[in-house]
Design a protein around this ligand. Sequence first.
Ligand code: NAD
Ligand SMILES: CCCCC[C@H](O)/C=C/C=C\C/C=C\C/C=C\CCCC(=O)O
Length: 268
Amino acid sequence: MQLSGKVALVTGAAQGLGKGCAEAILERGAKVALLDTNESAGQETAADFALKYGADRCTFILCDVTAKDQLEGAFQKVVDHFGGLDLVVNNAGILNEVQWEKCIDVNLVSVVRGCHLGLRYMGKQNGGNGGLIINMSSVAGLYAFPSPVYATTKAGVVGLTRSLGMDYKLGRDCVRVNALCPSFTTTAILADPEVPEDQYQHMKDMLERGGGLMQIPDVVKGLAKLLDEDDKNGAVLEVTVQGMKYHGDESGPWDRESGTHQPNLCIA
Ligand SMILES: NC(=O)c1ccc[n+]([C@@H]2O[C@H](COP(=O)([O-])OP(=O)(O)OC[C@H]3O[C@@H](n4cnc5c(N)ncnc54)[C@H](O)[C@@H]3O)[C@@H](O)[C@H]2O)c1
Ligand SMILES: CCCCC[C@H](O)/C=C/C=C\C/C=C\C/C=C\CCCC(=O)O
């Protein structure tokens, strides 16, 4: 996707992976709205970006993605402020197995809503120009993971992305939907997860066996790949210290007999 002059909205963009993604999008010439509940970090990030990329190219919007009115209001603010919308990164997420309903609300319900809003504002059938949605899932959405509710939310994001990314609807809305699945990356989410001790110890063991931590720029390379590959729709990209690979190339039962696989290719 050519991003110069385009408009992006990134949730959970005050820090961590969301901030890293927002900066990569700014570097490619787009304007970016940063949404987050953390007002001080969000304002600080926006001020930093304004200095580097220009005050007219970045804005912070205080928004709790789990509050329907706030998320809807934020999408409208972005369109009013920048005059359109071309790219949505549904990134905000938490790991909390204790307050597990909240974990589902932030990581899955809000991503569903963010996709619906992306389709509403970017969908050609609604007067938009088409666009791209990138959902932040996790390797925990692809393989067994010691925090089951977190894993469920991330697997849900994979299913949502694949299904919204089916090509039968692309001719109508011209909005592609892809997902990024990183492994453990150094951000604040690792610092103090609300998980029982046995889950935490098992994660540390997995981290060691998996080759250790990634850094934010490693994950941003995955985002860049999804931004560059315009033929991808419904694609799910795993990003780990071992490299990157797409998931989901097996045929479903409807294609198995013919031996054909219908790839989700962009026809827009
Ligand atoms: N760091 C990792 O190892 C890792 C690996 C795979 C996937 N992820 C996913 O990446 C995403 C970003 O996480 P991160 O690692 O950068 O963590 P982080 O804690 O540094 O960043 C998360 C951001 O989301 C914001 N946020 C949380 N709840 C929110 C809400 N209700 N509304 C708006 N903003 C909210 C936080 O304030 C924070 O700025 C999450 O979806 C996470 O599940 C992280
Ligand atoms: C195998 C799946 C990896 C997915 C990562 C997942 O999306 C996010 C996890 C968030 C929190 C995990 C919490 C703790 C990890 C355990 C140890 C971290 C040690 C950190 C360090 O040594 O600095």
